[in-house]
Each structure stands twice: as structure tokens, then as C-alpha cells.
Design a protein around this ligand. Structure first.
Ligand SMILES: NC(=O)C1=CN([C@@H]2O[C@H](COP(=O)(O)OP(=O)(O)OC[C@H]3O[C@@H](n4cnc5c(N)ncnc54)[C@H](OP(=O)(O)O)[C@@H]3O)[C@@H](O)[C@H]2O)C=CC1
Ligand SMILES: N[C@@H](CC=O)C(=O)O
Length: 409
């Protein structure tokens, strides 16, 4: 039986996951592809680390050694950051190799250019694992939802943040302790800043935007906030509204305007994202014909990511490429300045003439937390939070109609 020869670039959580599944699912891969899938080379940074790999695999820290392997077909890239992955992928394409990558930071920065380069060299660039881990959302948007124009995507795209928020709330655990667990489980990156500061979800949202609309909104027009400062008391305040705090990435088109944001927001019980817990991701896609669709599943970790990368491998041999570079649509980018509902946690200076919908207090240990529900726009809220010590503001979405607390104001 002939072989598909694969080189892994990176052998951390993801690389090891792919290696493992190629072993455990070899028979299944053969049955589908009528070829063996063989890992022939592995690129790492530190060749001296102890690794559990077959003796006939070339292990190297030099990309040239890997790319010179004879009859190599595919490289699967799972390194962190734009470089050196960018240089390595370009080199691989120039040698006529197909590329599968899990690297969202690289794709958000250089995806457009790499897609063009793949076309130029007649090779495939697949990147299912770069967005929402094991959920087959890229393939669905690219191959399955073709007639629909997407109006809105609303998604939980960072497994680490969702795991942290769910676990803190469920176990009253401290942020740093839950983050450490997310790192042990291979959800969070070795440097978790991108996860907890919102950038990981932002990169994924930009990849989706480029796929759907042919371009990304100007990055400085996108509100990006992470979960670094969320404390248990905020989750408690959300609960008092019958809501949950979720880290949500949204991209929405309305009246020729495009608006994108990545931030912790309050989601009411009635909304599909409310029940998405732990390391799961979810993507709600609204198409102009089909309406709202929801996709949910594991968003991080070795096996879900390996699953997405190996499904990519199969798709290279089984699915004809459709253009992954749609014609760019023209939209005006907006910061969405209209009034929305906000929850303010902490003491609001009484002189601030905000339109207060309710105010109430919830018990917290031996003291209480003041919560205020207000109507305001982004800019006004930002300026008030700047002036008031220890006041936190969270956007509320999806028509909160009532709260079940005693209203004090
Ligand atoms: N973890 C997850 O759940 C998911 C991760 N991703 C993405 O996949 C990629 C890999 O993530 P993950 O496996 O978690 O990362 P890890 O940090 O666990 O592994 C990174 C690997 O890259 C290797 N590496 C680092 N720098 C270089 C270099 N300069 N040259 C060659 N190899 C290098 C490391 O080598 P060495 O072993 O010698 O240190 C290591 O094997 C990232 O882009 C990440 O964002 C995508 C989806 C899910
Ligand atoms: N660190 C990422 C891994 C998957 O992309 C996350 O937590 O979602």
C-alpha cells in the first residue's frame, strides 16, 4: 500500500496528539484513504528533550533536514506564534508540500498571504484546528454554508477562558488556580497571555472574518478584552441576574456596517451560549437563508485538535478545494455607539447621571456587593469606569427583561 508521508512541525500538546491518533487510527485512515499515513519527520526546538517516538522518524531542530526528506507530502504545523511557522510554511509550499496548521496567531496575521501562496504553488492550506479546536466550523463555513450570506457570528472561541469562568463559578475557585489546571490539561498555551487577554479568541474571529467576508476589520476598531480581571464576585453578580459571564467573540453585519468585539459579556439563561461550559467552544452562525445554527464541542486539548488536523488531512485527498479567498466585501467599520444595557459591579458615584434601570445588593462573605443595571453607550461607560475606583462594567446582551433580585433603588 502506498503512503502519505507527513512531517510534524512542533511536538508539544498538539503535535503529540496528532502522533498518537495516527497510531491509534491507522487502520481507519487506511480504509478511508487507501494509503498508509506515516510520520517521517518531527521538528522541535530542543533535540535533547526525551521523546517517545519511533526510531525510524527523523527528529531535528533544523527545518532544512525535515523538508529534505524524500517524497514528503504534507507538513502539519503546530508551533506557537507567527515565527518561525510563517517562514517554515512558506518554504514547505515552495517545495510543493500541502500544509495543515493549528496556528491561529500566524493565520490571523498572514493567512491571506499564505492562501495566495498555496494557490500559486498548487498546494492546499488547511486550518480547521486553528478555530474552535475539534468543531468542524471552517469546513462547514467553507463547504457547507455556501448559499447563505452570514449576517452574524457569535461564539465562545477560547477554551481556556470558558474553562476558567465555568470552574471559578462552579467551585468558587481562584483565577490563578484554575489557570494552572488549564495549563496542565494542555488547554492554555505555555504563555497564557493570549488566552486570558482575549487575543486568542480575537485571532480566531479574524480568521472567520477573512473566510466569510474576504477581509478582516481594522484591528484597532475591534474592542478586545480578556478575563484576566474577572473575580468570583463578578460571576456572583451575573448569577443574581440569572445570567452567566462568558467570553464572547462577535462579528455582525448590519446596514453595510461591520462590527466585531471580543469581551466578557453577560448571557441570559435563554441564550444558547449560556449552557456552554468547561473547555467547550460554541459558534452561533446566523445565515440569511437558514437562520441561526449552533455548533458546540471541545475547543482545546490534544485529541480534539488532532482530530481537526487529521480530518484536514483526509479532506486534502477527498475534498476538492473551494476558493478560500472570497471576494472582499465592503463594509464600514463601527464601534457601535448606541446605548446598550450594562451591569456595573461596585460603587457608582451618585453624581453620575446615568439612566439607572435598577440597583440591588448581593451578599458576598461578610459584606455585600452593589450592582447597578444601566443604559449607556461604550464610550460613556469607559469614561465613568475610569473615574470611579473599583467599579467594573459588563455588557449585557440578548434582552434581559427582568432580574429576580430585590430592587433597592
Ligand atoms: N493546545 C491546544 O489545545 C491548541 C493549540 N493550538 C495551536 O497549536 C500550536 C501548538 O500548540 P501546543 O502544542 O499547545 O504548543 P506547545 O507549547 O505544547 O508545543 C510547541 C512545540 O513547538 C516546538 N517549537 C517551539 N519553537 C520552535 C522552533 N523555533 N522551531 C521548532 N520547533 C519549535 C516546541 O519544541 P520543544 O518540544 O523542543 O519545546 C514544541 O514541541 C499553537 O500555535 C497553538 O496556538 C491550536 C488549537 C488547540
Ligand atoms: N489555548 C487555546 C487552545 C485552542 O485553540 C484555547 O484555550 O482555546
Amino acid at each position: 500500500m502506498s503512503e502519505i508521508k507527513v512531517a510534524l512541525l512542533g511536538f508539544g500538546t498538539v503535535g503529540k496528539g496528532v502522533y498518537q491518533v495516527v497510531q491509534t487510527h491507522q487502520k481507519r485512515l487506511e480504509a478511508i484513504l487507501h494509503k498508509k499515513v506515516r510520520i517521517v519527520g518531527i521538528l522541535v526546538q530542543d533535540e535533547t528533550k526525551q521523546r517517545d517516538i519511533q526510531a525510524d522518524i527523523l527528529l531535528s531542530s533544523n527545518i532544512e533536514d525535515i523538508l529534505q526528506i524524500s517524497d514528503l507530502d504534507i507538513v502539519m504545523e503546530a508551533i506557537v506564534g507567527v515565527e518561525p511557522g510563517y517562514t517554515y510554511i512558506r518554504k514547505a509550499m515552495e517545495r510543493g508540500l500541502h500544509v495543515i496548521t493549528a496556528n491561529k496567531e500566524l493565520l490571523a496575521h498572514k493567512g491571506y498571504e499564505l492562501k495566495r501562496k498555496a494557490q500559486q504553488h498548487g498546494v492546499r492550506l488547511e486550518y480547521e484546528a486553528a478555530v474552535a479546536g475539534g468543531i468542524p466550523i471552517i469546513r462547514t463555513l467553507k463547504h457547507v454554508l455556501r448559499v447563505n450570506e452570514t449576517i452574524k457570528v457569535e461564539a465562545i472561541l477560547n477554551g481556556t477562558s470558558n474553562f476558567i469562568l465555568s470552574t471559578m463559578r462552579e467551585n468558587q475557585a481562584a483565577f490563578v488556580d484554575v489557570l494552572a489546571v488549564a495549563q496542565q490539561k494542555g488547554y492554555a498555551e505555555a504563555d497564557p497571555s493570549n488566552d486570558i487577554d482575549g487575543w486568542d479568541a480575537f485571532y480566531k474571529l479574524m480568521i472567520i472574518s477573512e473566510l466569510l467576508f474576504g477581509h478582516q476589520p481594522a484591528w484597532d476598531k475591534v474592542e478586545v478584552q480578556g478575563i484576566r480581571n474577572i473575580q468570583y464576585e463578578h460571576l456572583l453578580a451575573a448569577k443574581s441576574l440569572d445570567a452567566r459571564m462568558k467570553h464572547v467573540a462577535t462579528i455582525e453585519i448590519s446596514g453595510g456596517k461591520i462590527h466585531a468585539s471580543v469581551e466578557p459579556i453577560l448571557i441570559p439563561k435563554s441564550h444558547a451560549l449560556y449552557a456552554v461550559e468547561g473547555v467547550n467552544n460554541a459558534i452561533n452562525v446566523t445565515g440569511d437563508v437558514v437562520g441561526e445554527l449552533s455548533f458546540q464541542g471541545p475547543g482545546a486539548g490534544a485529541l480534539p485538535t488532532a482530530s481537526a488536523m487529521l480530518e484536514d488531512l483526509i479532506s486534502i485527498y477527498e475534498l476538492k478545494e473551494v476558493s478560500s479567498i472570497p471576494t472582499a466585501q465592503t463594509f464600514v467599520e463601527t464601534n457601535q455607539l448606541q446605548e446598550e444595557e450594562w451591569l456595573l459591579v461596585g460603587s457608582l458615584d451618585p453624581v453620575h447621571q446615568l439612566h439607572r434601570l435598577d440597583q440591588w445588593e448581593i451578599p458576598y462573605g461578610l459584606s455585600t456587593i452593589t450592582c447597578t443595571r444601566v443604559l449607556a453607550n461604550n464610550e460613556l461607560i469607559k469614561s465613568i469606569v475610569k473615574q470611579c475606583d473599583q467599579l467594573e462594567a459588563f455588557k449585557m446582551k440578548h434582552n434581559f427583561v427582568s432580574i429576580n433580585q430585590k430592587v433597592l433603588a
